[in-house]
Design a protein around this ligand. Structure first.
Ligand code: FAD
Ligand code: SIN
Length: 525
């Protein structure tokens, strides 16, 4: 079955929904999500969204903090754009009904997180993402121009390749005509033709065995663009959040927001001693890459599996009021955070790299835009500043929409795209092969491509992955298409790109630390 839309939006987190809402006045929008409308990284966000709101904060300080965290690898134009456009996008969120916490004087209650020189994080208690996601969903449900497709899994973006042409990374004008999409209820593959397609498929946490990300985070958009020969960059910069709640076997790992350190919590070893000053004068509030590496080091030196985060010295009632969900979650596990220290360890959390986009959110493929965590704008450089991610998603979704609507009337649907060809793919796949290979990818990534890397570990990871790649491609050719096999292919592609880019970088910078090249080589702009 073929459907036609002016805008095809793949992903219903902050980036996808905000684009859909803004594009809807200009044409028909299809909004796809692989599970339900509310299952996204966005829903999980705790700390909040960074934006300059009141003096003494100003744009220059937020820009400076972002550049410092990014360790000399940020794109200055992207940084300037996101930070200067933040206040207008916050107003948009408020218009859509997002409720950010205020103090007793009616002013926004701003939190502070690692790497920020000022209090500038707008938040809704400690579940800001859920508040944003629900507010945006209410707007989507009320919008007649947006058709929501839940449980629709995008398999491939459509390009000239699907018209029989050979497409390589040197093909001068790769075009995107929409996507092949699996309806997971009927198991039919539909052709969604679109004038403009936005990839907003979020993170890649499922490539690792332990992550704060929900299971949907298999890097599908990045893998699709890689297969379509688009440009992907900076995949080596995988962010590990310093303070995932230590709870072996939990998936996803529950996050203990960085805002709690902004509020005064400190990191301690198991013996109760503070250690962060040894690593950085900003202590527990240093940027994430530094704190995560320091914890990793302390754990390795002592042979411990976690360190403690201590907020017991703060006023108990205030702690409960600011962090009600964390308080409740920990209490369920027998930890009263007002009296007990919280066991934490670093955990995969975010990807700074991804699908390269310009300042208009355009990818290297025509008619294809990307926004949010799947994209690489250059804002984060080698290490993302806390709470800059939701902000980037909404700013770039806005930029993509503004660029797309300028061209939408001049773009034609490509009516020559054939229906998905499933000839010869009749074997019902053996699920055990898929789940086992998935577990192997996660284990390889956790073991060899973590916070501290080396050439030996990366090469070992690549060798193991190559076997899984060959086996999976073979299985894919012969099997009935399912979400599971597609996700396996995607995590293998993403893992491959992370390792390849990590091997290429002959220095340590930001989130990429290797014992073979422990120094930063040159200062980038
Ligand atoms: P997501 O919100 O992840 O949405 C992805 C969407 O893509 C989903 O709807 C999914 O169904 C869909 N999708 C994926 N693949 C397919 C496919 N093949 N077919 C169809 N649909 C598909 N950032 C901050 O700035 N501040 C915070 O406080 C913060 N806290 C965080 C806390 C946690 C626990 C986590 C995990 C992340 C946090 N982040 C935070 C990061 C931030 O939440 C994410 O980077 C951001 O929400 C990403 O938004 P997105 O729109 O790009 O993608
Ligand atoms: C957190 O609340 O610590 C997460 C913030 C982020 O990932 O930006």
């Amino acid at each position: 079955m073929t459907r036609k839309f002016d805008f095809l939006v793949i992903g219903s987190g902050m980036a996808g929904i905000s684009f859909a809402l803004k594009a809807a006045p200009y044409g028909k929008v299809a909004l796809l999500c692989k599970t339900t409308l509310d299952e996204s990284n966005t829903s999980f966000a705790q700390g909040g969204i960074a934006a300059v709101t009141y003096e003494p904060d100003n744009f220059e300080k937020h820009i400076e903090d972002t550049l410092i965290a990014g360790d000399g690898h940020c794109n200055l134009a992207a940084v300037e754009k996101v930070i200067r456009e933040a206040p207008a996008q916050i107003q948009e969120l408020l218009r859509w009904g997002v409720d950010f916490d205020k103090d007793e004087n009616g002013l926004f209650d701003l939190h502070r997180e690692g790497g920020h020189s000022e209090h500038r994080i707008l938040h809704h208690r400690d579940n800001t993402g859920y508040e944003i996601q629900q507010s945006l969903i209410r707007q989507v449900r009320a919008n007649p121009n947006i058709e929501v497709y839940e449980n629709y899994f995008a398999i491939e973006i459509l390009t000239q390749h699907h018209l029989g042409e050979v497409v390589t990374q040197h093909t001068p004008n790769i075009e995107c005509y929409g996507a092949y999409v699996l309806n997971q209820q009927s198991n039919h593959i539909h052709t969604f033709l679109a004038k403009v397609t936005l990839l907003a498929t979020g993170g890649i946490g499922s490539v690792y065995a332990t992550t704060t990300n929900p299971a949907i985070s298999t890097g599908d958009g990045i893998a699709m663009v890689h297969r379509a020969r688009g440009v992907i960059q900076d995949m080596e910069f995988v962010q590990f959040h310093p303070t995932g709640l230590y709870q072996p076997g939990a998936r996803p790992t529950y996050l203990i927001t960085e805002a709690i350190r902004g509020y005064g919590a400190v990191l301690r070893c198991k013996d109760g001693r503070e250690f962060m000053q040894k690593y950085d004068e900003r202590g527990s509030l240093a940027p994430r890459d530094i704190v995560a590496r320091a914890i990793d080091n302390e754990m390795k030196i002592r042979g411990h599996e976690f360190v403690y985060l201590d907020v017991t010295h703060k006023n108990a009632e205030e702690t409960k009021e600011h962090f009600p969900n964390i308080y409740k979650k920990c209490l369920e596990l027998g930890i009263d955070i007002t009296k007990d220290m919280i066991p934490v360890s670093p955990i995969q959390h975010y990807l700074c790299g991804g699908i390269v986009v310009d300042l208009n959110g355009k990818t290297s493929i025509n008619q294809l835009y990307a926004a949010g965590e799947c994209s690489c704008t250059g804002l984060h450089g080698a290490n993302r500043l806390a709470s800059n991610s939701l902000l980037e998603a909404i700013v770039y979704a806005d930029a993509a929409m503004k660029d797309a609507i300028k061209q939408i009337d001049t773009i034609q649907y490509n009516e020559f795209i054939p229906e998905w060809d499933d000839e010869g793919t009749k074997l019902p796949e053996e699920m055990v092969l898929i789940t086992q290979s998935f577990r192997e990818v996660e284990q390889i990534m956790n073991a060899y491509v973590g916070i501290v890397r080396s050439n030996l570990r990366l090469k070992r990871a690549m060798n193991r992955l190559e076997i899984l790649y060959r086996e999976t491609e073979d299985l894919f050719e012969r099997s009935v298409v399912s979400r599971e096999i597609c996700e396996l292919r995607n995590v293998i592609s993403v893992a491959y790109l992370i390792i390849k880019h990590a091997l290429r970088r002959k220095e340590s910078r930001g989130l990429h630390y290797t014992i073979d090249y422990p120094k930063r080589m040159r200062n980038e702009p």
